[in-house]
Write a protein that binds this ligand. Structure first.
Ligand SMILES: NC(=O)c1ccc[n+]([C@@H]2O[C@H](COP(=O)([O-])OP(=O)(O)OC[C@H]3O[C@@H](n4cnc5c(N)ncnc54)[C@H](O)[C@@H]3O)[C@@H](O)[C@H]2O)c1
Length: 469
């Protein structure tokens, strides 16, 4: 049994990792928690049976104590990773740190170096590597299914409502307060490209801007807040009551399932929630649909009551018109990469999708691998140049699990590794050292975008190492 402490009991800390431990009580037990938000830290303590004297108000308090567990899970906001990560490693904890590792190259480097110096495991939550989808692609490429890899085309299509929730109204909308889109979101994708290409990046260029979610694109009659009598409320797909009270966009995903019964349940949840509530008496997981407490609805309040949700959109950030927010992160960006082994890759990210998900095409000397990674469905197809055949490597319908198996995958990997006593970083798929590379790629892309230049990665790596001594 692995013992753990949690720093930051928010969406990720409590929602993803805490819930995983509750479902895997034989593998991990949280023994202490820190969060300045009283409701969150108390909820977490209650759920995990944590003693009152092990509930702290901040990472500084919890890490001022002697080491009290094997693992420290750090799930604070982007700009609050470095302090707790360095301190936890110093205290002798193995650490699971949310991505991005940190918001500057220097801090990322310091964290990765500290893990090497202390000899403790550092897992960065680049959870995509732990999904069956990307693991299947990696295996196929390693086994030479398409021959030598020549080029990778990858896109991260963020739906209009997800993008608005996180990068227009939400916590990752301002670079100054969080981090640029290419780091906050796309560091996952850069990490996947680095992993699949199996080579460090040589050079990077990038373009991008904030083109759509701007005040000049507000339709006539739109008000600063949705519930202030907005004239386009009936037709606006971002209208906050539609997104957060009816949970319409997220329930619509289920209505596109290839299975009729899932389409019917999603339709009922949208139009007749009482019927689904009744069905929940026989199959309790359905209650979450009936109560419409799926993400992102669950992210706007701490208690998920109808009254709190209403207040949150009436007065809080999620009730703002998407055209009148203080957002400044890009809503569309492209990144071009040449790896040291000659593979080229292009990455596209944007916040305009109706159909959310990642698309990937890998072109090789002997064939093409094509993949679609979406909550709605996951598919991987292989085409061979020589034999006229198509192999289907994966075909999965609607998957509502955290990051389609990625959250479960990383937690299992951590628990298995610590339980087996193999605790050096060689057992870690996304160690600080590995993730440092994809973070460098993100910093290079942002530098290229802002300074109109092709960035040579070795120059960047050497500069950071030199300055850090
Ligand atoms: N791996 C992924 O795919 C993935 C997905 C979403 C978010 N993230 C990252 O996870 C991190 C957390 O995101 P979230 O959505 O859970 O955010 P959140 O805001 O819901 O949670 C952060 C928590 O940290 C707490 N906190 C603030 N100051 C603190 C302090 N001094 N000590 C201890 N706790 C403190 C806050 O009160 C809050 O409860 C972010 O860095 C985010 O970018 C990663």
């Amino acid at each position: 049994m692995v013992t753990a402490i949690l720093i930051g009991a928010g969406g990720r800390g409590r929602g993803a990792y805490g819930n995983w431990a509750l479902q895997n009580k034989d593998k991990m037990n949280f023994v202490a928690v820190a969060d300045p938000n009283e409701i969150r830290r108390n909820q977490f303590a209650e759920e995990h049976g944590i003693a009152e004297n092990k509930v702290y108000k901040s990472w500084e308090n919890i890490l001022a104590q002697k080491k009290m567990a094997d693992l420290c899970v750090i799930a604070t906001q982007d700009q609050m990773h470095t302090g707790p990560a360095l301190k936890a490693l110093d205290l002798g904890y193995h650490v699971m740190l949310e991505k991005p590792m940190a918001t500057t190259q220097e801090e990322c480097y310091r964290i990765s170096k500290k893990a090497e110096e202390t000899g403790k495991q550092l897992w960065i939550a680049h959870v995509l590597r732990y999904t069956p989808f990307f693991a299947t692609i990696k295996k196929a490429l390693q086994e030479g299914e398409i021959g030598e890899i020549i080029n990778i085309e990858h896109s991260e299509n963020i739906s209009y409502w997800h993008f608005a929730h996180s990068y227009v109204r939400g916590k990752w909308s301002c670079c100054e307060k969080s981090s640029p889109l290419v780091l906050a979101k796309t560091s996952h994708d850069l990490d996947i490209l680095y992993w699949l290409a199996d080579s460090e990046a040589e050079k990077i260029s990038s373009f991008g801007n904030l083109s759509f979610y701007r005040s000049e694109n507000a339709p006539p009659g739109a008000t600063a807040r949705c519930m202030e009598g907005c004239a386009v409320a009936n037709t606006c797909q971002w209208y906050a009551p539609r997104v957060y009270l009816q949970a319409e966009p997220v329930l619509q995903i289920g209505m596109r399932s290839k299975y009729l019964y899932k389409r019917i349940i999603a339709w009922l949840a949208l139009h007749h929630p009482m019927a689904v509530s009744f069905m929940g008496l026989f199959y309790p997981p359905l209650r979450i649909l009936a109560n419409r407490n799926l993400w992102p609805v669950s992210a706007i309040t701490d208690d998920n009551t109808e009254e709190s949700k209403y207040r949150a959109i009436k007065d809080g950030p999620y009730g703002r018109c998407v055209f009148y927010c203080d957002n400044d992160v890009c809503d569309n960006q492209v990144v071009n990469i040449e790896f040291k082994n000659g593979i080229t890759a292009s990455l596209r990210v944007h916040g305009m999708a109706s159909y959310e998900g990642r698309w990937i095409r890998v072109e090789g000397s002997r064939g093409t691998l094509w993949g679609k990674f979406s909550i709605e469905d996951q598919q991987i197809h292989l085409y061979d140049h020589y034999q006229v055949r198509k192999k289907v490597l994966l075909n999965v319908d609607l998957d509502l699990s955290g990051h389609m198996g990625g959250d479960d995958g990383i937690m299992k990997a951590i628990a298995d590794s610590l339980q087996s006593g193999k605790t050096d970083n060689s057992a870690v798929l996304t160690s600080g050292k590995t993730s440092l590379e994809s973070h460098f790629m993100a910093f290079a892309a942002e530098k290229s975008r802002l300074e109109n230049e092709v960035v040579l990665l070795d120059e960047m790596r050497n500069k950071v190492r030199k300055e850090a001594g």
